[in-house]
Design a protein around this ligand. Sequence first.
Ligand SMILES: CC(C)(COP(=O)(O)OP(=O)(O)OC[C@H]1O[C@@H](n2cnc3c(N)ncnc32)[C@H](O)[C@@H]1OP(=O)(O)O)[C@@H](O)C(=O)NCCC(=O)NCCS
Length: 326
Amino acid sequence: MIRTKILGTGSYLPEKVMTNDDWAKLVDTTDEWITSRTGIKERHFAAPGQATSDLVVEAAQKAFVDAGVDKDEIDIIIVGTVGADNAYPSTGNWVQKKLGMKTIPSFDISAACSSFLYGLILGDSLIKSGVAKTILVSSAEIMSRIINREDRNTCVLFGDGAGAAVLRASGGEEGILSTYWGADGNLGDLLIQPAGGSAMPASRETVDNKMHTVHMKGNEVFKHAVLRMQEAAVNAVKRANLTSKDIDLFIPHQANFRIIEATIKRAKIPLEKTYISIDKTANMSGATIPVALDWARREGRIKPGDNVLTSAFGAGFTWAGLVIKF
Ligand SMILES: CC(C)(COP(=O)(O)OP(=O)(O)OC[C@H]1O[C@@H](n2cnc3c(N)ncnc32)[C@H](O)[C@@H]1OP(=O)(O)O)[C@@H](O)C(=O)NCCC(=O)NCCS
């Protein structure tokens, strides 16, 4: 039986750190409010001139070294992002160019905060169906370019970064054991960047009205996030024929520490087995989970044979969960 193994991971955060106190100098907020309501202490912001593909390139190079693969062994590039370099070509195409890779298929997927897990599920099926042997799956976001810096309800919640994983077909026990995903377009308006696409093309008015930034009904999103993150986690565990007791580490999407707390309570996973990185990164949308996964591996939180559960929720709404044996 073919399994999809995670051969290596890499991550990258831009150098500039933006603390809660830095935000408090710009909008009516405090470190105390942000920390107690979200768990966030700081986030990283990309430098002017850095594009999303530049972040992917950094993360991918580290993933290649970690996996022990040459870039020419990669068969497909998948990048999950809501902030592509351009409307087109895809960020994946720019990554291929910047890394000097072969003319392999390279493309983006759009599933917001769930995009890395959507990418893993897609990569898993491409490997299992024999289309590819080795795949680069990455997610990167420069949220600092699409936040409304005058809206304290949203601007403090996000950060920039990139994570990547090299997937490879394997005959062993390790690899992706189960997947679960879903979406509900009926709730798309609750978390949306309204302008810049065909529904609302860019105009002087859309720019003046800050329609190219994150618009979110935070309370509503919170409730759905808890329900769907839990649903994805519980069903991924069930589909792997495991119970929550068999999970060695849970890597949830990090949008709000209170969402994580409510999710693990419902999914019956202790906090000690839950990886927390939101304090250092804030919500980097799809990049959050691959960065946390890379850090957890490098910190020795994931040992050979461990069952790692991950689940995400994001705009769309989208959600996904996987169990991966390392
Ligand atoms: C955004 C979020 C942190 C707000 O937390 P909350 O406890 O629900 O807070 P509320 O929205 O009820 O707002 C409470 C008050 O704090 C205020 N507030 C909002 N942001 C603030 C900030 N940065 N600093 C200080 N006060 C703030 C609000 O204006 C409101 O004031 P009011 O009562 O005078 O109107 C929370 O709803 C959340 O995390 N939602 C989900 C976000 C998310 O996960 N998005 C991505 C999905 S992947």
